[in-house]
Write a protein that binds this ligand. Structure first.
Ligand SMILES: [Zn+2]
Length: 181
């Protein structure tokens, strides 16, 4: 099974039709176990049709079982959007991930100077900011984990949720700055 057996592209109109369960948005998905009916549709679709394995690029033409013979990835037949729309999801998780990075960077000085004595240690607001960053990052991870629910919402609702996430972070940031004034 060498490079000569790799497909050099899907047949027009079939892109995204065959997909491994683990794609950009599927890193945490459980393995998809196709039913016998699904297998029949998948194998029928691939009969005499050149379609690359979405994981390794191996040509799946005339596949005999719902698993890539090259990389072993289980495969299923799906209906998908021709252009997946992850924009609002990315916008919604971005402030949480950024807050998580800030919390990680802040953790060391908070720990290092925790016993600096009255008036010399980090102000209480910094500890609150640290807690907010950790919680915010955890919320972003939960949102990513539950992304299928989010992606199932109408674009307007996704936009409102993403805007709410940003608003909460902007308010928290302004409150942090105000605590030093
Ligand atoms: Zn493969």
């Amino acid at each position: 099974m060498g490079a000569e057996h790799r497909a050099n592209g899907g047949v027009a109109g079939t892109q995204g039709a065959v997909s491994a369960p683990e794609d950009f948005a599927g890193a945490f998905d459980r393995e998809v176990i196709p039913s016998w009916d699904d297998r029949g549709w998948l194998l029928g679709f691939l009969k005499d049709r050149h379609v690359p394995c979405p994981r390794c690029g191996y040509d799946l033409r005339n596949l005999e079982s719902p698993r890539c013979p090259e990389c072993g990835e289980p495969l299923c037949l799906r209906v998908g959007l021709s252009t997946p729309r992850f924009g609002w999801l990315l916008i919604a998780v971005a402030p949480g991930l950024f807050s998580g990075v800030c919390a990680a960077l802040l953790a060391f000085p908070l720990y290092r100077f925790r016993n600096a004595g009255p008036g010399n240690g980090p102000p209480a607001a910094m500890y609150l900011a640290e807690a907010f960053g950790v919680l915010s990052c955890a919320a972003a991870c939960v949102l990513y984990r539950k992304r299928r629910v989010f992606l199932g919402w109408a674009a307007r609702r996704q936009g409102l949720a993403a805007s709410a996430a940003w608003l909460v972070h902007i308010v928290a940031f302004v409150a942090l700055l105000a605590s030093f004034v």
